[in-house]
Design a protein around this ligand. Structure first.
Ligand SMILES: *[C@@H]1O[C@H](CO)[C@@H](O)[C@H](O)[C@H]1NC(C)=O
Ligand SMILES: *[C@@H]1O[C@H](CO)[C@@H](O)[C@H](O)[C@H]1NC(C)=O
Ligand SMILES: [Ca+2]
Length: 199
């Protein structure tokens, strides 16, 4: 059972990501929120997300909605509940889970496990790790055949922040956790770690 605030975060995040991402799997659930379904459908038809419709009333509504989301985002950021890094929004449901359950709960809400691809994103994820004072799994896995760590879609890493002498698991530690200092450690996948998603 996902919390209401986590769903709202997902809804907010969905409106802040580019339109092409609006067809992601978690979104049908959002259509059940009164008023939001229609708005999302309208947004996704509009390739550049701008209210170019001559219907000014609708663009007023949209503008108002965007401003409210922006304030909501500000409030949540201030409380350390979400973090922003470029286009990414990083958020946690505060639950600890093994790697596959954590990944699943992120994907169910239209995101994926937080995957730091540069210093700024690593810093944003670390902010959530610090907030909950708990290690978290990252969206990075060891390739079964090559033994190299890679993103969930199989592409090679272009940024790493390993702790000294890591990774050291050599095939026995196929997942990656973030320490409370932001460094990474390869680790077994069946431990309980904070779920942090990106949207
Ligand atoms: C790695 O690639 C991603 C996506 O292309 C990009 O957002 C990120 O900034 C890159 N990281 C570095 C350290 O160049
Ligand atoms: C593992 O790496 C090999 C070669 O680098 C690649 O062909 C293969 O698709 C990767 N496997 C997975 C599961 O990503
Ligand atoms: Ca290790």
């Amino acid at each position: 059972m996902r919390s209401y605030s986590f769903c709202m975060l997902t809804a907010a995040a969905a409106l802040l990501v580019p339109c092409h991402a609006l067809s992601c799997p978690g979104l049908p659930e959002l259509s059940n929120i009164p008023g939001l379904g229609g708005l999302l459908r309208l947004l996704s038809k509009n390739s550049d997300c701008l209210p170019i419709s001559p219907d000014t009333e609708f663009s007023d509504v949209l503008e108002n909605f965007r401003q409210r989301l922006s304030r909501l985002e500000g409030a949540l950021t201030l409380k350390g509940k979400i973090a922003k890094a470029g286009e990414k929004i990083i958020a946690s449901n505060g639950k600890k889970a093994d790697f596959s359950s954590a990944l699943e709960s992120c994907e169910k809400t239209g995101g994926t496990l937080a995957t730091p691809m540069n210093k700024e994103e690593n810093r944003a994820i670390l902010g959530i790790v610090e907030q909950y004072n708990s290690y978290a799994y990252l969206g990075i896995k060891e390739n079964e055949t090559s033994g190299q760590f890679e993103y969930m879609n199989g592409t090679p890493l272009n940024y790493t922040n390993w702790y000294q002498y890591e990774p050291n698991g050599k095939g026995t530690e196929k997942c990656v956790e973030m320490y409370t200092n932001g460094n990474w450690n390869d680790r077994k996948c069946n431990l309980y770690r904070l779920t942090i998603c990106e949207f």
